[in-house]
Write a protein that binds this ligand. Structure first.
Ligand code: MTE
Ligand code: MO
Length: 406
């Protein structure tokens, strides 16, 4: 049987396809990896973490092995770790202070961890934290940066206080346009700029934007921002500043390497609704990365996994987006010609990922390619081929997982 016949075969039985052409065209199969990209994988445990996939040591960048994504919430000790700077101090909860000030506040204020826990309403929200460069390692052509596979993300229940409530204590003055954030980590070399990020005031004061001191019911792990971090549901991880120590309300756009030129996307390449316009330059073709794009993946089977002909195969996975909510996840076994809806799991909130499951019944031995594609409430879906950009951001190419039916 040739591939053409297979693609015409319909959805009732699993299509059998050659492992080469179709898979590599879809961009996520193992053989589509650029030379030397993420082929070398080493598992290594940071203190208080299970072994994670080591990308770099200084600064520490470690991704989560996919099997942990079978759980609704990613365990704290398996949550990915991403840093830009290598000087990461041990934080002391008792002496930690959060300073709130800047040119656009009415008064400077300062809070201890006990203040945060005692003087504000506690809010909890389930949300995906995903690095902008998740799946960068699959970019073709190859792009520079940490060569992430699919594990630079996680889903957790974050608890803390609303950033808006904290800003209210300082009082935002007329003319505040951005809120800037600094964490306790710093560069080792003077030439590396400090990790300073900002949010537009409207995003900073949304009720879902938090200063979190808890993750899945426990204190934040050191590597994920102890004792407090920003949680910006729907937006990529770059805004989720860890070891938060300083907040400044600004009347001018923040000038920081990590706002510009870093973390930029071409202005109209992606279907982004929430734009950060105060950081756009009039004649520039780029804009800050903001909300995540619709995405999905299979979590319980790996590329090349063996399954038995004539026996049901349980597929399991996740789907997520920038907070509009996943409404549909579908599977194709005929190269994307026809799609079958999967069963969606419990809705854990619009910023959480959504679990899904589906049962396949492969009949004949051979290779089979399973594609998965999610759609959100806005009607946004995933792309068939990579929307290439130089930083490798927002990779939401439809995943095609090759299974070996024996
Ligand atoms: N202080 C500080 N916060 C930071 C960063 C950093 O380098 N320093 N990296 C950001 C980026 S790019 C991402 S993707 C997330 C990753 O969060 P995690 O390490 O808890 O997984 O943290 C963000 N917050
Ligand atoms: Mo990131």
């Amino acid at each position: 049987m040739n591939r053409r016949q297979v693609l015409q075969g319909g959805a009732s039985a699993l299509a059998v396809v050659g492992a080469s052409g179709l898979l590599s065209k879809l961009g996520l199969a193992a053989e589509a990896l650029p030379e030397g990209a993420i082929a070398v994988q080493a598992l290594e445990a940071l203190p208080d973490k299970v072994p994670l996939i080591r990308k770099t040591i200084r600064p520490p960048n470690f991704e989560t092995p996919i099997n942990y994504f079978n759980e609704a919430f990613t365990p704290n000790n398996a949550f990915f770790v991403r840093y830009h700077l290598s000087d990461i101090p041990e934080m002391d909860a008792a002496s930690w202070k959060l300073a709130v000030g800047g040119p656009a506040v009415e008064r400077q204020v300062q809070f201890t961890l006990d203040d945060l826990k005692g003087s504000f309403e506690r809010v909890e929200i389930a949300a995906v934290c995903q690095c902008s460069g998740n799946r960068r390692g699959f970019s073709e052509p190859h792009v520079p940066g940490v060569e992430w596979g699919s594990g630079a993300m996680g889903n957790a229940r974050w608890a803390g206080v609303r950033l808006k409530d904290v800003l209210d204590k300082a009082g935002l003055a007329e003319g505040a346009i951005e809120i800037a954030f600094n964490g306790a980590d710093g560069p080792v070399h003077d030439k590396t700029p400090d990790f300073l990020k900002s949010l537009p005031v409207w995003k900073a004061t949304e009720e879902n934007t938090l200063i979190a001191y808890e993750m899945n019911g426990e204190a934040l792990p050191h590597w994920n921002g102890f004792p407090a971090r920003l949680v910006v549901p729907g937006w990529t991880g770059t805004y989720w500043v860890k070891h938060l120590t300083e907040i400044q309300a600004l009347t001018e756009p923040l000038k920081s390497f990590w706002m510009n030129p870093a973390y930029r996307i071409p202005r109209s390449l992606f279907p982004v609704v929430e734009r950060f316009t105060s950081q756009e330059q009039p004649n520039s073709a780029n804009t800050p990365i903001t909300e995540m794009v619709v995405n999905s993946m299979i979590t319980n089977l790996e590329e090349g996994a063996e399954v038995k002909a004539g026996q049901p195969v349980d597929l399991k996975g996740i789907a997520w987006d920038g907070g509009y909510g996943i409404v549909d996840v579908a599977i194709s076994i005929d190269g994307g010609k026809s799609w079958t809806p999967t069963q969606l799991g419990q809705d854990l909130g619009r910023f959480s990922w959504r679990q899904w499951s589906h049962q396949l019944g492969p009949q004949q031995p051979g290779m089979v390619s399973v594609m998965v594609r999610a759609r959100n409430r806005m009607g946004q879906t995933q792309v068939d081929s990579l929307l290439f950009n130089g930083a490798g951001y927002h990779n939401n190419v439809v995943q095609a997982l090759g299974l070996k039916v024996v």
